[in-house]
Design a protein around this ligand. Structure first.
Ligand code: UD1
Ligand code: UDP
Length: 373
């Protein structure tokens, strides 16, 4: 009997980070034939991950265009992935998370009655506009996936509440912890992989570093402007410095460059590759973010994280006490950041390592589930 052919499909930086450990595991596992298709919904931010993880896709649709719209991107992803599926005829399609590529890849598979394995299944904020459009993307995939790999019991429970067949729901942990452990190990073995921040570390010596990321679509406009104003206010203190790798979305870049460029305590830098971002997490006193992945990584490293969103589909970090939702109001962000900077007890309460999102063995569990069919 031939081995099951597993086609893993992804398109953006976070999907690549959370899928490379699984692709490594599938490739090393003689039970499978592993194939990889990237939509390249992201280009350079995806390539950074492919390069460090040494993933060579069998198909690269090279979809990204400058300032792409959701409908154009969805149409191109659906037709492009459809053609790959007709050629590859996989036994399983694996997708991760909630981007346009995930939604389009899963629908293209469903149209061909190919079973879908959804990694990071069951995350729900309960609000279809926060995060937007991700909440609806993952709910859609949840309606027809054959295998739902929920990172936590909370996400598994959300699926069961939606009447998903319990036999198809498994708590696997989140592969982001596999990725984080892998990259930490690589840096330990070869420190030069993450030594590119040395000049900034020297420039900001003696100051506490705040790491910042921001890119959420629902924050475009007023939210991003408020975040920029908050960063400006926080960075006016001389005991702190901000390192801000700016997402390549032009809606983020335009505002952050205009508002923050040239400020003495602020380093606006290009997106970091994964080892350097791990280094930034390591040297940061505190993270301010609206990212999904950073909300999972920061608790694992015991880094307090202020989440610049009104809701989160990742309540586990908040429940564990390492993350706090602060929304996108300038005053609130500044107040909460200053509270942690000035109140050592409050800081110490948050700065404790927790691992609600996984133990670093999620990829192996997912391989075993795929093998069991
Ligand atoms: C996308 C996902 C979002 C995910 C985020 C992770 C959707 C709708 N959005 O948002 O769920 O959280 O990625 O970062 O699926 N760009 C570049 N180079 C890159 C990447 C992006 O120049 O390597 C620019 C391009 O102009 C592109 C724009 O950013 O058109 C937007 O990219 P897109 O993938 O549509 O949205 P993101 O905001 O990146
Ligand atoms: N990340 C990175 N370089 C950066 C910023 C983030 O490698 O400059 C990583 C981060 O460690 C996390 C992932 O990218 O694993 C998060 O991606 P992003 O915030 O773009 O998307 P989200 O998680 O919000 O979907």
């Amino acid at each position: 009997m031939s081995k099951p052919r597993i086609l893993t499909i992804f398109g953006t930086r976070p999907e690549a980070i959370k899928l490379f450990p699984l692709i490594h595991a599938l490739e090393a596992d003689s039970r499978f034939e592993s194939r990889v298709c990237v939509s390249a919904q992201h280009r350079s931010m995806l390539d950074q991950v492919l390069s460090i993880a040494d993933i060579r896709p069998d198909h690269d649709l090279d979809l990204m265009t400058e300032g792409q719209t959701l409908d154009e991107l969805t149409a191109r992803a659906l037709t492009g992935i459809g053609k790959v599926l007709d050629e590859e005829k996989p036994d399983w399609v694996v997708v991760q998370g909630d981007t346009t590529t995930v939604m389009a890849g899963a629908i293209a598979a469903y149209y061909r009655k190919i079973p879908v394995c959804h990694i990071e299944a069951g995350l729900r904020s309960g609000d279809i506009y926060q995060p937007w459009p991700e909440e609806v993307n993952r709910r859609l995939v949840g309606t027809f996936a054959r295998l739902h790999c929920a990172p936590t019991q909370t996400s598994a429970d959300a699926l069961l509440k939606e009447n998903v067949d319990p036999a198809c729901v498994h708590v696997t942990g989140n592969t982001v912890i596999d990725a984080l452990k892998w990259v930490t190990g690589r840096i330990e073995a070869q420190p030069s992989l993450a030594s590119g921040l040395a000049d900034l570390e020297k420039r900001f010596a003696g100051k506490r570093i705040i790491g910042i990321t921001s890119h959420r679509r629902e924050n475009f406009g007023e939210g991003i402007q408020n975040i920029a104003n908050a960063v400006k206010r926080i960075a006016s203190r001389d005991d702190i410095a901000v390192i801000f790798p700016v997402h390549m979305n032009p809606n983020v870049r335009a505002v952050m460059n205009e508002q923050l460029e040239g400020l003495g305590n602020v380093a606006l830098i290009e997106p970091l590759d994964y080892p350097h971002f791990a280094r930034l997490l390591d040297i940061s006193h505190l993270m301010l973010t609206d990212s999904g992945g950073v909300q999972e990584e920061a608790p694992a490293l015991g880094k307090p994280v202020l989440v610049m969103r009104e809701t989160t589909e990742r309540p586990e970090g908040v429940e564990a006490g390492t993350a706090k939702l602060v929304g996108t109001d300038t005053e609130t962000i500044v107040r909460e950041a200053e509270h942690l900077l000035d109140d050592h007890e409050a800081y110490a309460l948050m700065a404790r390592a927790h691992n609600p999102f996984g133990d670093g063995h999620s990829s192996q569990r997912i391989c075993d589930l795929l093998a069991a069919g």
